[in-house]
Write a protein that binds this ligand. Structure first.
Ligand SMILES: Cc1ncc(COP(=O)(O)O)c(C=O)c1O
Length: 308
């Protein structure tokens, strides 16, 4: 005889690279917001490599499910073409930047990242006719540069310094986008293409983007709300549909916090629970307000008010 369904099931999504764990306990009810219309119906129809991103399967983790008596599922984000959940973010960042006119086709997307976001941007930027320039600390494994270069990105390895330093790799990435825009402007005005690096406090030739005429855009995953929206509009609805809306918990490790914020804020709508959300990681505490779509912590804010 088939075993009767467990009253509570837990679903987890595992992003293998970071061992991040999304845990969702599930209830059995409809996966649609309104009759006949699925949550992902409004998603833009994409083709090619971009079309292969998302809709990752949930895989039951037998060991944990059997040990706990809950259904624990992993969302296999490693099956995205770039190998992580960051593909969704890269697509959203680029599409929003193109839509707003901050990025042009043929332009260069810059990012300071030694990890998955850089790989995802390098993977998807060419699909939008864009280039990708990544700045990383020079103590990062050389293989990281090699992977990015194999994907067609240019890589700049710089001395590791504090994030408050103007030459921190993230700050240099931001500056590179500005430099690319200056070059594009000069090109439009048919001016001398010699660039001035004001941020260094002295006149230096910009050699990184000589010949770059379409401008640049700093992806800025930590500050760019497209990161959060990728999960609010994509990952969250997908999980809701795949579980039939029967989930009780969602757990994820956090880097930028985009995944946990976007998915949680989406899930609170149909479930009418856990709003706003709060999470803790690595000794830090951040609160995300689903109402205002912003981080309202850390610490000084009373996150405990939000925990249910
Ligand atoms: C593979 C992978 N998954 C998840 C994350 C974290 O996701 P988020 O930045 O949305 O918190 C990272 C990096 O931070 C990552 O490299």
């Amino acid at each position: 005889m088939a075993p009767s369904p467990k009253p509570i099931a837990v679903i987890a999504a595992v992003s293998v690279a970071l061992c991040s764990l999304y845990v969702l306990t599930i209830r059995r009810r409809a996966a649609t917001h309104s009759k006949g219309k699925t949550l992902t119906d409004n998603k833009p129809k994409r083709t090619g490599i971009v079309g292969a991103i998302g809709n990752t399967p949930l895989i039951r983790i037998n060991s944990l499910s059997d040990a706990t008596g809950c259904e624990i599922l992993g969302k296999s984000e490693f099956l995205n073409p770039g190998g992580s959940v960051k593909d969704r973010v890269a697509v959203k960042i680029i599409e929003e930047a193109l839509e707003s006119g901050q990025l042009s086709r043929g332009g260069v997307v810059t990012e300071g990242s030694a990890g998955s976001t850089a790989i995802s941007l390098a993977t998807v930027a060419p699909a939008y006719g864009c280039k990708c320039h990544v700045v990383i600390p020079d103590d990062a494994a050389i293989e990281k540069s090699q992977i990015l270069e194999a994907l067609g990105a240019t890589v700049e390895r710089v001395r590791p310094v504090s994030i408050t330093h103007k030459d921190h790799f993230v700050n240099i990435a931001r500056r590179r986008a500005t430099e690319a825009n200056k070059l594009a402007l000069k090109h439009i005005n048919q001016m001398d293409a010699k660039d001035v690096d004001h941020a260094n406090g002295k006149e230096t030739q910009c050699t990184v983007f000589s010949g770059e005429h379409k401008g640049g855009f700093f992806a800025d995953q930590f500050e760019n709300l497209a990161n959060y929206r990728a999960h609010y509009e994509g990952t969250g609805p997908e999980i809701w549909e795949q579980t039939g809306g029967q989930l009780h918990a969602f757990i994820a490790a956090a880097g930028t916090g985009g995944t946990v914020a976007g998915v949680s804020c989406f899930l609170k709508i149909p479930s009418k629970e856990r709003w706003p959300v709060c999470w803790k990681f690595f000794g830090n505490e951040l609160c995300w307000s689903c109402e205002s779509s912003e981080i309202v912590g850390p610490r000084s804010y009373n996150c405990n008010n939000f925990v249910r």
